[in-house]
Design a protein around this ligand. Structure first.
Ligand code: FE2
Ligand code: FE2
Length: 253
C-alpha cells in the first residue's frame, strides 16, 4: 500500500503484525531502498527509524497502521543515520517511547545523542510486546559496527536483520521468495560494507540456529524461506571472499 505517491513510500505486512515501510532513494547509482519495520502490538516497536530527513514519510506510513504516538520502542541495529537518524523526532511525538538497542550502542552513542535514555538489552535478552516477543542478539562487526545487533521475533520467526542481505535497486517487492543472496553479493562486490571480522562465521551460525522464516532486510525486499540455509550460504560466500582473506576495501583503493 502506497502511503506517499510523491516519494513512493509504501507499507506492507510481511509477517503477522510486522510491517515493512519502504522508500526508494537515489543515494546509490541504480537506486536503493530504505526500509523500516513496524511491529504492531500492545507495545508497538519500530526497528530503525530511517534517516532524519525521511521522518515525515515514515511517520505517515506508520499512521496507516497505528497512531505513531503509541510507539513504545524505537530500535536500532547500530549507530548510523538510516538506523536512527530520526530517533529524536520519534521520541518527540511518542511520549512513552524509548530507544531500544544493545548495551554497547547505548554506552557509546545512544545515551548521549538520544533525548531519552535507552532501554539497553543484553545479548539474548527478551522483551514481550504483547503477542510478539523479541530477543536481542549481539552481532559485533556483522556486517559492521562494534555495537551491531539484531532482533528476532519469536512468534513469526522473523529476524530483523538490518544490513544483512542488502540488495541494490529502487524496485523491490515487499516480500519475496526469490534469491536475495546473489543480488546482495553483487552489491557487496561494488561497495564492501562488511567489516572483516574473524567472528563472522560463528555469528552467522548463531543466527542460523534460530531458524528464521522471514528475514526483514533494511535494504531491498524482505525474504521468506529457509533462513538458516540462506545465512549459512552467506557465511560460505564470505569465507570464499578474497576481501575477507586480504582486507582491502574497494572504497579506499
Ligand atoms: Fe549499516
Ligand atoms: Fe542500512
Amino acid at each position: 500500500m502506497i502511503t506517499n505517491s510523491a516519494s513512493g513510500t509504501r507499507i506492507d505486512e510481511v509477517a503477522e503484525g510486522i510491517y515493512r515501510i519502504s522508500t526508494p532513494v537515489t543515494a546509490v547509482p541504480g537506486g536503493f531502498t530504505f526500509n523500516q519495520y513496524l511491529i504492531a502490538d500492545e507495545e508497538p516497536l519500530l526497528f530503525h527509524t530511517g534517516p532524519r530527513r525521511m521522518f515525515p514519510l515514515v511517520r505517515e506510513a506508520i499512521e496507516a497502521v497505528l497512531p505513531p504516538a503509541r510507539l513504545r520502542h524505537i530500535g536500532l541495529s547500530h549507530f548510523e543515520a538510516d538506523e536512527c537518524g530520526a530517533m529524536n523526532e520519534f521520541l518527540a511525538i511518542a511520549p512513552d517511547a524509548a530507544p531500544l538497542c544493545g548495551r554497547i550502542a547505548a554506552m557509546v552513542s545512544v545515551d548521549d545523542v538520544a533525548d531519552r535514555k535507552a532501554r539497553a538489552l543484553a545479548d539474548g535478552e527478551s522483551l514481550r510486546l504483547g503477542r510478539h516477543e523479541v530477543r536481542w542478539l549481539d552481532t559485533p562487526h556483522v556486517p559492521h559496527a562494534w555495537e551491531c545487533g539484531f532482533l528476532f521475533e519469536e512468534r513469526t520467526r522473523t529476524l530483523l536483520c538490518g544490513d544483512l542481505f542488502t540488495q541494490p535497486g529502487a524496485e523491490a517487492a515487499p516480500l519475496t521468495r526469490d534469491d536475495i543472496l546473489e543480488p546482495s553479493e553483487a552489491m557487496r562486490g561494488e561497495l564492501d560494507y562488511w567489516a572483516h571480522s574473524t567472528g563472522t562465521r560463528a555469528t552467522l551460525e548463531r543466527l542460523a540456529d534460530l531458524n528464521p522464516r522471514t528475514l526483514a532486510c533494511m535494504h531491498g525486499s524482505a525474504w521468506e524461506g529457509d533462513g538458516a540455509s540462506l545465512l549459512r550460504a552467506l557465511a560460505d560466500r564470505l569465507e570464499g571472499s578474497p576481501r575477507l582473506a586480504a582486507p582491502e576495501s574497494a572504497m579506499v583503493r
